[in-house]
Design a protein around this ligand. Sequence first.
Ligand code: SF4
Length: 379
Amino acid sequence: MTLAEARAARSLYFHFPFCETKCHYCDFYSLGREKTKPGDPDRFETAMIREITLRGEGGELASPIETIFFGGGTPSMTPPDSMKRITDTLFRYATLAPGYEWTMEANPSSIDVEKFRAFKALGINRVSMGVQSLKGEHLLKLGRVHDEAQATQALEAVFSAGFQNVSTDLLCGVPGQTIHDLKSHIERLTSFPIQHLSIYLLTLPPHHSMYKELPNENEQLEHLLLIDQEMRARGFDHYEISNFARPGRQARHNLVYWTGGSYLSFGPSAHSFSKDARVRFKNVSSLHKYATMLIEESRLPMEWSETLNESQMELEKWMLAIRLSEGFPKVWLVSDRQRQKGHLFIERGLLEEHPDHPERLRATVRGFALSDALVKELL
Ligand code: SF4
């Protein structure tokens, strides 16, 4: 990525790799306490400060910053004073735009009201809480360390600390989870003044011990339809396949990803993308390598970079658009074959005309469930 291209990224992602334990279904780069050596958190902090400094000195940081996302891993495990040293370094090179969005992911087991207050004092103004389930047996099955009571206490704490823009994450498709469970989770979560809810379908590799217990496609669709109905009835907009927001509270940072915008990322395993250059690059997925490259070798921790060709860009464009309730312009259906497919999918209730923008088509909830197949056919 050239400097000018990197500077175009006004959205920054920071990956904090530590977790209490490794959840059974997780494929993010993260280290549970059993894999964390004493001194690793300090070394990580030094390395991340070094990465920010190298990029800042190299003129790669755009200013002002529109969105920041602290993800992981479990960023809320980071001591606030360590977080402050990291963000103080960042603000040597860039400022925050008025109306910025700055999200931190939090897990119920690693947070209390005092810690939330300290994070808020840094300027963080949005929290995404990884609740995942409010049923003890499902949390155990997933390998989560918190229980139901901790999840609700953490939600009480985040609002007591004064956060007003709070999102929660739930998982659906958990073996043994019923429609009733999902409905009751939604009722309980929306009894808090949350502004956003992400509900992801649990996916596991075929060799996983729980793989055979996953619900089939019909059950998944039933869950998706219920979630859509329950959330819309509560005033949330189903604006992305897995995401619901109160009006004006869509996740702005994630919308940058979903609309093919540029973002610059820091930390082990973090991906960056430059829209103008069509370049994607990734940092190394190893804390040890990340720290060595930055601290001992004074070089950026890049693992690979690739320039997307026309057909990759076209595929990305479709994959992203089909997942958003904004959908895509009808003029994207260029050939007779594409237009026929479009009509067929409308007849089958998988696509519909956008109610506010008749020049656009979008996936229905049933279409969301089959989004990969739709794109394959439409392309
Ligand atoms: S808390 Fe999140 S990042 Fe950490 S192991 Fe569990 S799923 Fe992965």
